[in-house]
Write a protein that binds this ligand. Structure first.
Ligand SMILES: Nc1ncnc2c1ncn2[C@@H]1O[C@H](COP(=O)(O)OP(=O)(O)OP(=O)(O)O)[C@@H](O)[C@H]1O
Ligand SMILES: [Mg+2]
Length: 226
């Protein structure tokens, strides 16, 4: 079983958005999947209600996720996605402790890049693989990324954080999809948002295989130099 934790103490970085879109992506490939909403704000729970299908299933965690994860393992769940609150707290620590890999979304801004450092330290001290995912970025033009994104990558390179080489662009489709309880692919399969979510998912899967030792780790997103 693989546990993907979305964590960052910075509010609004995209934890819930990425958790929902990626979970919908996996659900489509009919693997057994569980969402855990460990954030009292309940964003993921709201999306799940709007979705109305109970696929994937969702559990709410208050202080600890460990019992839910142990039960999921017994039930043969393949993927667990945990959304966490924007703070440094016991439930975030507990989620990270249970993670196969931590995804740290960050918007490409100076305050955002600075704020990920706490979460990175947390992952390092728990010895958990992690990668920063640049989210809410300006669109690439002619395949060239925005200077704001390049500056963010340089800043993260200074503290040697692995950063996914792709980006999740700021796109209305990502928001519109969530409002319908959809993932990007369900909402507009051929859209650019769906393409980026699919690429991110492929990168996460590849990292998980590297963490499990079934493929080489070189180039995997949790090893990717910024
Ligand atoms: N790539 C994107 N394109 C467009 N809108 C986005 C994108 N990423 C996030 N948003 C929007 O930005 C807002 C904040 O995102 P989200 O709620 O996912 O962040 P969060 O990290 O979960 O926040 P919190 O820390 O408060 O839980 C939401 O309204 C979300 O829909
Ligand atoms: Mg959230």
């Amino acid at each position: 079983m693989n546990v993907i934790v979305f964590a960052s103490r910075k509010g609004g970085s995209g934890k819930s958005t990425l958790a929902a879109h990626l979970a919908a992506q996996v659900q489509k490939s009919s693997k057994k999947c569980l969402l855990i909403d460990a954030d009292p704000q309940g964003s993921l729970t709201l999306w799940h209600k709007l979705r109305g299908t109970n696929e994937p299933a969702l559990k709410i965690a208050n202080r600890s996720v460990t019992e839910i994860i142990n039960a999921a393992r017994r039930d043969g769940v393949e993927w667990v996605f945990i959304d966490t609150p924007p703070n440094v707290s016991a439930v975030v620590d507990d989620a990270i402790k249970n993670a196969t890999m931590v995804v740290i979304p960050a918007r490409p801004g100076v305050f955002d890049v600075n704020a990920v450092q706490d979460t990175i330290l947390n992952c390092r001290s728990a010895r958990k693989p992690y990668a920063v995912v640049i989210n809410g970025a300006p669109a690439r033009r002619d395949e060239v990324e925005s200077p704001i994104v390049s500056v963010a990558r340089e800043a993260m390179a200074k503290f040697k954080a692995p950063v996914w080489s792709g980006q999740i662009t700021n796109r209305a489709d990502l928001l519109l999809a969530l409002a319908e309880g959809d993932g990007a692919r369900e909402y507009a399969a051929e859209g650019r948002a769906a393409g980026e979510i699919a690429k991110l998912w492929a990168a996460i899967e590849r990292s998980i295989r590297a963490i499990r030792g079934t493929v080489s780790a070189s180039g995997a997103m949790h090893k990717q130099a910024a």
